[in-house]
Design a protein. Structure first.
Length: 469
């Protein structure tokens, strides 16, 4: 049975969806004022992997991930770039799609934007005011935090601790407008030359937290199965989402809360505010995006990841081993035979791999253990492909299952393209040189091909080639 670690209860729980066979899943997306860094990508990749596994297990997943396209950071970026806020958002949403597509991330079922949901946001706030969970002051609207029972239940922080933090965090002018330092903005009154919309409280724009409550309930209903995002969103963002949503609807907002661990550099959390970040836009110019995806997807989502040249090289080496297993099996298909002499033994072994994989992944999407099972599968593929006689049906079954499982991690292997005529001729010439014991010429051809990035492997079944890593 699939179990998920629920941040709300701080324990693993059996996953029971609201509607059998279906999953309503909301993941907080980026604020689009710049290219995403690898810390942002970690969340996107982690929950894309979760989604893929849920689909593999037979669930129909309605996956929603938003874009925050109006925000103080976007307004500042617009001034710096001499663009409008919508132009900045459009530019970096396009960049987000390009970067995440390169990382093998599936498109969300819906990618709602704040600017497209202003009427719904205004209506949502109006209900909170009517229920006296919110109040207006000089064109700003604030949420009455203390009115919501059990505020702090997600982050497990007491009201007293929160009050001290809020008093220290906010400026005196804002605190003077609020009934309580803990109250947070739902609507911000317009400032000169800033983007704004008309509302019952005057021109302004939404606060950050309200947008996700509105878009999650609009696209997925008052109660959703899974709400996910980065660990840093637990408080205050997700805490405030719960307060807003449950105050409006009277229903639990989400049954399972999932939070991914940070990406670190030099043992410090990666973030734009700290200045120790690396943009995906830049990384994928130097590192194969599939290696970067593999690096992030094969660590259990709640665990931190240490980003360095060393850890990227480890991912490259491990992915290469899997690709070699794939290549070994696809290569042997050309001389495989139709035999069922010991096929069942191989099928049974691979069925066991599949069961082991599901067991590991059902334990809170433990991808680190899941990929270990795939490494064992790759080893078995290598051993079988070295046999003098191999079964076509076994090889095809191996490939199907291997590709099905690695696809959950966003990895897709393809057969290497055919060599052009010149290289084919060189390989044939080398084979002839080896047969004539002209090893000098054989070595010359090997070195020549190596310079072109073509690596040769001499096997009992003939000479094979691969592109160098």
């Amino acid at each position: 049975m699939l179990k998920i670690y629920n941040t709300l209860t701080r324990k693993k729980e059996a996953f029971i969806p609201i509607e059998e066979g279906k999953v309503r899943m909301y993941v907080c997306g980026p604020t689009v004022y710049n290219y995403i860094h690898i810390g942002n990508a970690r969340s996107t990749v982690a929950f894309d992997t979760v989604r893929r596994y849920l689909e593999y297990r037979g669930y129909d997943v309605n996956y929603v991930s938003n874009f925050t396209d109006v925000d103080d950071k976007i307004i500042r970026a617009a001034k710096e770039l001499n663009l409008t806020a919508p132009e900045v958002a459009d530019k970096f949403i396009k960049a987000y799609h390009a970067d995440t597509h390169a990382l093998g991330v599936e498109e969300a079922c819906h990618h709602p934007r704040v600017m497209e949901n202003i009427p719904e946001i205004i209506d949502f706030i109006a209900v909170l005011i009517k229920k006296e969970y919110a109040y207006e002051v000089d064109g700003d609207v604030y949420y009455r935090t203390r009115k919501f029972e059990n505020y702090g239940k997600l982050s497990d922080i007491s009201i007293d601790e929160l009050e001290v933090g809020a008093s220290n965090r906010l400026n005196a002018q804002e605190n003077n407008k609020k009934e309580d330092p803990l109250d947070f903005a739902l609507w911000k009154s317009a400032k000169a030359a800033e983007i704004s919309w008309e509302s019952p409280w005057g021109a302004g724009r939404p606060g950050w937290h309200i947008e996700c409550s509105v878009m999650a309930t609009k696209y997925l209903g008052d109660t959703i199965d899974i709400h996910a995002g980065g660990q840093d969103l637990t408080f205050p963002h997700h805490e405030n989402e719960i307060a807003q949503s449950e105050a409006k609807t009277g229903h639990p907002f989400a049954h399972y809360w999932m939070h991914n661990g940070f990406v670190t550099m030099d043992n410090e959390k990666m973030s734009k505010s700290l200045g120790n970040f690396v943009l995906v836009h830049d990384i994928i110019k130097k590192v194969d995006p599939q290696i970067l995806r593999f690096f992030m997807a094969t660590t259990q989502y709640r665990r931190p990841i240490s980003y360095s040249e060393t850890t990227i090289e480890e991912a490259r080496a491990n992915l290469t081993k899997l690709k070699m297993a794939f290549d070994n099996v696809t290569y042997r298909l050309k001389d495989a035979v139709a035999t069922e002499e010991d096929d069942q033994e191989q099928f049974d072994q691979f069925n066991q791999f599949k069961e082991n994989f599901i067991k590991e992944m059902d334990d809170d999407f433990n991808s680190a253990n899941g990929i270990t099972v795939i490494y064992e599968m790759a080893k078995a593929m290598n051993i079988y492909s070295e046999r003098s006689i191999v079964s076509k049906s076994v090889l095809e079954a191996m490939l199907d299952q291997f590709q099905e499982l690695i696809r959950i991690f966003g990895i897709v292997f393809e057969e290497t393209a055919l060599l052009d005529e010149t290289v084919e001729q060189l390989i044939e010439e080398r084979n002839a040189a080896r047969a004539a014991k002209d090893f000098q010429r054989s070595d010359e051809i090997r070195d020549q091909l190596k310079e072109e990035g073509i690596m040769l492997d001499d096997t009992p079944q003939g000479t094979r080639w691969r592109r160098g890593q």
